[in-house]
Design a protein around this ligand. Structure first.
Ligand code: MN
Length: 719
């Protein structure tokens, strides 16, 4: 069991005596407020903050982070308040503890949108102070280490959240060892069979592999010594989760992945890295296309190394990574590595700041849409990149599978928007072309070009995606503006008003400002969406339109105000013919161009295919007392009197038949189509149940598509 002394031993070399006194004070305080609490494992609660702090001390974080580690659960789980922490430990610690608490308070959500929302809150809660994330990662790491004590049903959710969000975050910060440990533990929980398969294969091959690698290692070392290189060779194991990913990606059996042997050479300086590479390549044949120089072209999380794959002494593939000790430190500790050296320097502020690659995540413009946001995170967290060149020879880093459109947007939004094609290494390529490292790209522009929805198929970077979506929205509103102006023009024309005349335009501008549409363009857009009542505009022109007219128009706009869209029932809605919702159905609105809002059932197949940015929340007004029509199809025995049996039942349920139609399907069976008026979904359910109970009726089905021209809100039955 961990003791406080273990932590003191770790921080002693780099903290002052004064700092250590503060750390001790934090320990005493935390132990006092957590006293009596237990973890799921039954251990005293205090073990947890101490383990978390020990991880933070391993990466030599500053005094404030160490104290935060000890106190990180006090606000959430004990009687201690933010004010207490601030008073006793100062504002800086208080902000950090509060940040970690905010993250911890986020409920674990199972749905995609919720997770996105959580992650956004997570990033915002950090106040952009990287130490909050580092403490939270240490907290999560210890919780994952002890995940077996969690109740079964929480384990999976917890592991899923960790592998989706925290492991990629650790990767983005370059903290390799935390990422791999989180991944492997979660992998074991989430895919136990696959984990066991890999782990069994690994264990079965372990002895053989160790013998082999010992031999290759000494051969490599002998080669380096022969070239008088000051470098050390070590063997390297891939983590199980990355083996699994490789299996999936390349469709390989686990032993095939495990057969690829990996070695690492740590050398004194950069020039001896390249010399070591030369030694390796002169001894064993390199496999073409497998050499990567991350020293000259570091990854965006700061990772540097030379990677090569060669055909080893026994004819099999051997992966070799070559790097300096400093690079190795960064490869393992990422952003945290810098703390080890720079803790007292002026660079401290810089260290606290999140790196650009993480900031990018929440500086995308898509923050308001959770789905786009999580896409952006996932894109930003991609670890593989291609490196390509601009015509001026500048180097650009882009996510793997990027297209020329991604490239264009990475240079400039206008270049993206006007992108009509591209030349890669001198030849024209299609938009579907996937960029390769080393490509030199020249974008061809056309000033009349506009981004289209199709482009979304070809882009992977979050920047390109959000810019394209933004432009499409702009184009849609340009269209709506045109349509709105046209319709309004026609309507005003009927009253002798010419929309082209300056006086009318001036009056409309006044109206737009008065009624908070801001400007004329926005008024037209809103008019095309039927959000503006024509009567209000006409009244503004003092033409003396009568109230009766207004009522009539209003009725048309929203029959009996039965449906509330976006919080108001003052919009033109119509129920969609594809799914014909009735009162009580769950509904959603779709903003059509120029025809107001169409209301669909939430289960409607059509609505799944539309542009989600044009969907709007809709619900039924509770005071609704309108009957709506709905269609049913019945299959039944063709028997005399069946039609009257059916119509009697419908009358008994106080509904009216609008239309009824029978068709013989076979000699003894027929199908009957009925259109009836119902009060709501419950009413319909009762009628359906009643019809089903008629002995000669086999089935009753509610039809989604309309087969008649009847107005849905028709009040008079036609029978
Ligand atoms: Mn905790």
């Amino acid at each position: 069991m961990i003791r406080f002394n273990d932590i003191l031993e770790k921080v002693n070399p780099y903290l002052t005596n004064e700092d250590i006194a503060d750390v001790t004070k934090a320990y005493a305080y935390s132990a006092k407020v957590h006293a009596g609490q237990k973890r799921y494992s039954g251990e005293p609660y205090m073990i947890h903050p101490m383990e978390v702090t020990s991880i933070l001390a391993d990466i030599r974080l500053d005094k404030e982070s160490i104290i935060t580690g000890l106190l990180h659960d006090t606000i959430e789980d004990t009687l201690a308040t933010k004010e207490d922490i601030s008073r006793i430990f100062g504002e800086e610690v208080c902000v950090l503890v509060d940040g970690v608490t905010k993250i911890s308070k986020l409920k674990i959500s199972s749905t995609f949108e919720k997770q996105a929302e959580d992650f956004r809150k997570l990033i915002l809660a950090t106040g952009k102070d990287i130490r909050v994330i580092l403490v939270k990662l240490a907290d999560r790491l210890h919780n994952i280490r002890t995940i077996s004590h969690l109740p079964e049903e929480r384990r999976r959710i917890f592991a899923k959240e960790t592998v989706d969000l925290y492991a990629p975050l650790a990767d983005r910060l370059g903290i390799y060892w935390i990422r791999t440990e989180l991944e492997d533990k979660c992998f074991e929980v989430l895919k136990p069979n696959e984990f066991n398969e890999i782990s069994n294969t690994f264990n079965a091959k372990k002895d053989e592999w160790e013998k082999y690698s010992g031999e290759v290692k000494s051969m490599l070392q002998a080669e380096l010594d022969r070239f008088k290189l000051d470098a050390i060779v070590s063997t390297r194991f891939k983590n199980f989760y990355s083996i699994y990913r490789k299996m999936i990606k390349k469709n390989l059996e686990p032993d095939k992945v495990l057969d690829i042997k990996a070695f690492r050479i740590i050398s004194k300086d950069i020039s001896s890295c390249y010399a070591a590479l030369g030694a390796v390549h002169s001894t064993w044949k390199p496999i073409p296309g497998r050499f990567k120089d991350y020293i000259a072209l570091p990854k965006s999380n700061g990772y540097q190394s030379l990677h090569t794959t060669v055909i080893g002494p026994f004819g099999d593939k051997v992966e070799v990574q070559i790097r300096t000790e400093d690079m190795h430190e960064i490869a393992e500790y990422g952003v945290a590595a810098h703390w080890k050296y720079k803790i007292d320097s002026k660079e401290r502020k810089k260290l606290i700041d999140l790196p650009d690659s993480v900031k990018n995540i929440f500086e995308t413009q898509t923050l308001s849409d959770p789905r786009e946001f999580i896409d952006a995170i996932k894109d930003e967290l991609i670890t593989d990149f291609v490196y390509v060149f601009t015509p001026k020879g500048e180097l650009k880093e882009l996510p793997i599978d990027s297209s020329v459109i991604d490239f264009a947007y990475s240079i400039h939004t206008d270049l993206g928007n006007k992108c009509a094609g591209a030349r890669v290494n001198g030849s024209i390529v299609p938009f579907s072309y996937k960029l390769k490292s080393g490509d030199a790209i020249e974008i061809i522009t056309n000033k009349d070009r506009e981004p289209s929805k199709d482009w979304l198929k070809y882009v992977v970077s979050s920047k390109a995606k959000s810019k394209i979506r933004g432009s499409i929205k702009k184009i849609i509103s340009k269209d709506s503006e045109k349509i709105g102006r046209e319709i309004l023009g026609k309507k005003l024309g009927k009253y002798g008003l010419d929309i082209q005349s300056t006086t009318v335009i001036e009056k409309l501008k006044e109206f737009a400002i008065d009624y908070e549409y801001k400007n004329l363009e926005n008024l037209y857009i809103n008019f095309s969406l039927s959000k503006v009542n024509i009567v209000e505009i006409l009244n503004y022109f003092n033409l003396g339109i009568k109230t009766r007219n207004e009522e009539k128009v209003r009725n048309y706009l929203n029959p009996n105000n039965a449906i509330i869209v976006g919080g108001t029932n003052n919009v033109m809605v119509r129920t969609a013919n594809c799914c014909r919702p009735i009162y009580g159905d769950e509904i959603i609105g779709f903003i059509t161009l120029g025809k107001g809002i169409s209301i669909h059932r939430i289960s409607c197949k059509q609505i799944l295919q539309v542009d989600s940015t044009r969907l709007i929340e809709a619900k039924w007004d509770n005071s609704h007392n309108v009957k709506s029509s709905t269609s049913l199809r019945l299959y039944c025995n063709d028997k005399t009197g069946i039609l009257s049996e059916i119509s009697n039942l419908i009358a008994k349920h106080e509904s009216n038949i609008i239309k009824i139609n029978a068709k013989k399907t076979t000699s003894s069976k027929s199908s009957i189509y009925i259109e009836i008026l119902v009060k709501d979904a419950k009413h319909l359910y009762q009628i359906t149940k009643g019809l089903e109970s008629i002995p000669d009726v086999y089935s009753v089905e509610r039809l989604l598509a309309s087969s008649s021209e009847f107005n849905l809100f028709e009040k008079n039955s036609r029978l």
